[in-house]
Design a protein around this ligand. Structure first.
Ligand code: NAD
Length: 266
């Protein structure tokens, strides 16, 4: 599916955390195609990242990579200041980096709780705080947090993830209020299941535990109970992100937008 809506973003600088993979990468591509310069962020193979930068650069916009590890507080706090130092400013901030850890509550390790909260929640707070003065002074900003349907409902064995994503929604509403008179919007996208590397790892773990093939596990344990009987596509997430960056969306703020094929209404 190609994203066939367009939004003029020429001259804007967009930082998308966790954009070396999955829905963040697709969002980086779509924003670049619409004219935004891209601060690509995330972990990964340097050769793959160089290829992504070339691909985005070929669209005629500036693109640089930042490899800050968001599980380390100081690196997370330095990300936006270093993007501003290198690229001039941040007009669009998409807090998208995220990790998952699955365990029964009695076995959930402290270290994994703290790591997940750091990447999925605290990094969004520190990035918003650092991007804020520039957005406030220019009286324009777009902040989008990738939450999840698990910001609205819960799922067993995902205590840290569900807690972090509920927190992301609270942060989104708070920032929407603080930005309301300043031309800064803040919204959350709540994806349903999307077959990115993050979910691929969950399918593989379940397939191994059940002794099933990858495809059978997807069919029987991931999409069978979804109203649409299919995963959401990364392009569909990117399209929603793009719309929220537009002028037309300037009064849409504080919203939690499910892009989930009605999975939370069944
Ligand atoms: P993904 O694994 O493809 O991408 C995750 C990105 O985060 C990568 O760029 C990775 O390098 C980066 N990242 C991970 N740990 C990091 C760290 N310590 N420091 C810096 N960067 C780090 O996953 P995705 O599915 O595209 O996930 C993107 C967002 O969407 C996440 O916030 C995730 O929770 C959320 N989400 C995903 C789904 C889904 O079904 N895939 C559903 C709902 C919400």
């Amino acid at each position: 599916m190609a994203v066939d809506i367009s939004v003029p973003l020429q001259g804007k600088i967009a930082l998308i955390t966790g954009s070396t993979s999955g829905m963040g990468l697709e969002t980086a591509r779509v924003l670049a195609r619409n004219g935004a310069s891209i601060a690509l962020h995330g972990l990964g193979d340097p050769a793959d990242i160089a290829t992504i930068l070339d691909e985005i650069g070929d669209l005629g916009v500036a693109a640089r990579h930042f490899g800050h590890d968001l599980s380390a507080h100081e690196q997370g706090a330095n990300l936006v200041p270093e993007v501003i130092a290198a690229m001039g400013r941040v007009d669009i901030l998409i807090n998208n980096a995220g990790i998952q850890y699955v365990a029964d509550i009695q076995d959930f390790p402290d270290a994994e709780w703290h790591r997940l909260i750091a990447v999925n929640l605290t990094a969004a707070f520190t990035a918003i705080r650092a991007a804020w003065p520039g957005m406030r002074d220019r009286r324009w900003g777009r902040i989008i947090n990738t939450a999840s349907t698990l910001a609205m409902i819960a799922e067993p064995r995902k205590a840290a993830y569900v807690s972090a994503k509920h927190g992301v929604l609270g942060l989104t509403r708070e920032i929407a209020l603080e930005g309301a008179e300043l031309g800064i919007t803040c919204n959350a996208i709540c994806p349903g299941w999307v077959l990115t590397p993050l979910v691929r790892r969950q399918v593989e773990a379940k397939a191994a535990a059940l002794g099933l093939s990858f495809d059978d596990t997807v069919r029987e344990h991931f999409v069978r109970d979804l109203p649409t009987k299919r995963f959401v596509e990364t392009e569909e997430i990117a399209a929603a992100m793009l719309f929220l960056c537009s002028e037309a969306a300037r009064s849409i703020t504080g919203v939690a937008l499910p892009v989930d094929g009605a999975s939370i209404v069944v």
